[in-house]
Design a protein around this ligand. Structure first.
Ligand code: AMP
Length: 227
């Protein structure tokens, strides 16, 4: 695997959370998922959680300053030698610029930015029927990838419930996809011009997509070594 941290990008429903967790389980990364951090704050009833929820429930992004501050605090807890996979961050160009500064401050660097490509029709299908493990936050698509035993998490055995997240109603899903196009598309370009972006098809089984990502990372590592 390449030295340095990774960013996993993709629209809502592209499976980036699932693949990030696979990288944690199989490749020893630590996942830094801003959506999970906001939800953890919310379940602990913190002020930050309550503030974030006012945006999340409408499908909007939490303001950059709030998000970056939370990421900075989380980063301070992660040892420098541990590789991080960023999931759902950065989502705006301002966040991408802030991340560049934060990584520099911590003596870290980015190895690659992986973008999961999934057609819009498929995204809508996946987002319509999701279920989440309340213990480890693994997300299942009931239409495309249900748990092997209904209601039981494949990963940790925790309870998987189909009660939709408050940000998964059809109107909110539509809004989240619109916000992604407007705010996050430019981040793709930002990393493309810096030669860091790699596109990967996000269609297929979890293992197929995972294998594509691993192959790509191995290839990147050999290219870097050859330079
Ligand atoms: P996710 O679990 O990554 O799909 O994120 C759920 C929601 O949390 C998003 O729709 C946003 O409202 C909020 N959120 C997560 N990450 C960010 C971020 N990097 N910037 C702003 N808002 C975010």
């Amino acid at each position: 695997m390449p030295q340095g941290d990774l960013i996993l990008m993709g629209p809502p429903g592209s499976g980036k959370g699932t693949q990030a967790r696979r990288m944690v389980d199989d490749l020893g990364y630590v996942q830094l998922a801003t959506g999970d951090l906001f939800r953890a704050h919310l379940s602990q009833g913190t002020e930050l959680g309550k503030l974030a929820q006012t945006y999340m429930s409408k499908g909007q992004y939490v303001p950059d300053d709030v998000t970056v501050k939370m990421v900075r605090e989380r980063l301070a807890d992660i040892p420098r030698k541990t590789r991080i996979v960023f999931d759902g961050f950065p989502r705006t160009v301002a966040q991408a610029e802030a991340l560049g500064r934060l990584l520099k401050e911590c003596g870290r660097s980015l190895a690659a930015v992986l973008l999961l490509d999934v057609p819009r029709d498929e995204l809508l299908k996946r987002l319509g029927a999701r279920a989440t493990c309340s213990r480890c936050q693994t997300v299942y698509s009931l239409a495309v990838r249900p748990p092997k035993v209904p209601g039981v998490c494949d990963r940790c055995g925790g309870p998987v419930s189909a009660t939709a997240r408050s940000d998964e109603s059809p109107e909110v899903v539509k809004k989240r996809l619109e916000v992604y196009e407007a705010e996050t598309r430019p981040v793709i370009e930002y990393y493309e011009t810096r030669g860091l972006l790699q596109r990967v098809s996000g269609v297929g089984t979890m293992d197929e997509i995972g294998a594509r990502l691993t192959t790509l990372l191995d290839r990147r590592k050999s290219e870097r070594a050859a330079r």
